[in-house]
Write a new protein. Structure first.
Length: 361
């Protein structure tokens, strides 16, 4: 028998979450972000479900885009980080990859290329993220050069990216949006600004295209908020099982480094999932898991292949019982906060060792 670990994927939840995007931004087209192996869920599995449901897909780089095309995906695919070398342009033209232009070098490559057909471009403006994008005062110059190039399609999309949209108490998103609108005021064409947090919390940012990523997988990016507040449904449920049970006496320790010591006679369940399976090593004592749907706290340091939890308060636990590490019934964001990180990191770091299994709810 195989180890019981699975990252169970509920594609009905994915469709639900996309439906919420369209409900919140009914006048915008949807570019679904499937970079980083679809946030760890499996790029082809997710892209095949979204291929005809979303208006376009987005990845970080051309290697990710080629995986989608080779897997039969037909939707337009945007390269969010643009081009890393000039030779990528010919492939982008051939395979209908849209390209981000965010600096002079990328623009020159485009102007000097000899392509079989023009490519669609997103001109990215840096409105305050200060990571990628041209300065707002250069937007007009870059736009005119794109329009003058036979290698760029006329339907240029003007885009930007928010730094603090997950925090509704911050004024940065309003300032970025105002700067973006000012820089684009005399430039015709479609516009895109909203990431998942923009979709959820900033209606004025929806514009022509929204670019949801994290929320599609059923998780809220908003500060201090779990998915349930917006009827999002988790796509991934990381599950395992109890493989051993033992009684420990008061004063006895559990796990490497003896970081957990029993304060009373306790029953400890060993679960065959550890940091080698994608569970965060820095999850502290007390981090919850679900054993047969009931919460039990982590007791002892996370190992490569196992964790241990205190099931003293849960009578009837047996070897083979199901354990949920996050997902259905236990929000990913809650587990991430215990571990001092974010849910994005937990799912994108999920190794191939943990099989992704599509389920039918």
């Amino acid at each position: 028998m195989a180890r019981p670990n699975q990252a169970r994927l509920n594609l009905a939840a994915l469709r639900n979450n996309l439906g919420l995007v369209r409900q919140l931004a009914p006048h915008s087209r949807v570019m679904a972000v499937v970079k980083a192996n679809a946030y760890g869920h499996g790029a082809l599995t997710i892209a095949r479900e979204l291929d005809t449901l979303a208006d376009a897909l987005a990845v970080a780089c051309i290697e990710e885009a080629e995986e989608l095309r080779d897997g039969g995906i037909n939707a337009p695919v945007l390269l969010l980080e643009g081009l890393f070398e000039a030779a990528e342009l010919a492939l982008a033209a051939e395979r209908n990859f849209w390209v981000t232009i965010d600096n002079e070098r990328q623009l020159v490559w485009l102007e000097q290329a000899r392509l079989s057909r023009p490519v669609r471009c997103l001109l990215k403006l840096d409105t305050g993220m200060h990571r990628l994008g041209v300065a707002p005062e250069q937007a007009g110059l870059f736009y005119r050069r794109l329009r003058a190039s036979p290698n760029a399609r006329d339907d240029i999309v003007l885009s930007t990216h928010f730094a603090s949209a997950d925090d509704t108490a911050s004024d940065q998103t309003r300032a970025q949006l105002a700067l973006f609108e000012h820089a684009c005021r005399n430039l015709p064409g479609e516009r895109s600004a909203a990431n998942s947090a923009g979709v959820l919390a900033w209606p004025a940012s929806h514009l022509d295209w929204v670019r949801p990523g994290y929320m599609l997988y059923g998780n809220s990016p908003m500060v201090g908020e779990n998915a349930g507040g917006h009827t999002l449904q988790p796509v991934m449920t990381l599950s395992s099982a109890v493989i051993s049970l033992r009684e420990v006496q008061s004063g006895e320790s559990v796990g490497y480094g003896a970081t957990w010591v029993a304060s009373r006679p306790s029953r400890i369940a060993t679960i065959c999932a550890g940091y080698g399976d994608g569970y965060p090593r820095l999850a502290p004592n007390g981090t919850p898991v679900l054993v047969n749907g009931r919460r039990a706290p982590l007791a002892g340091r996370v190992s490569m292949d196992m964790i241990t939890v205190d099931v003293t308060e849960l009578p009837g636990v047996c070897i083979g019982d199901e354990v949920i590490l996050w997902g259905d019934g236990l929000p990913l964001g809650e587990v991430a906060r215990y571990a001092g990180t974010i849910g994005y990191e937990l799912t994108t770091r999920m190794p191939a060792r943990t099989p992704r299994v599509v389920i039918t709810p």
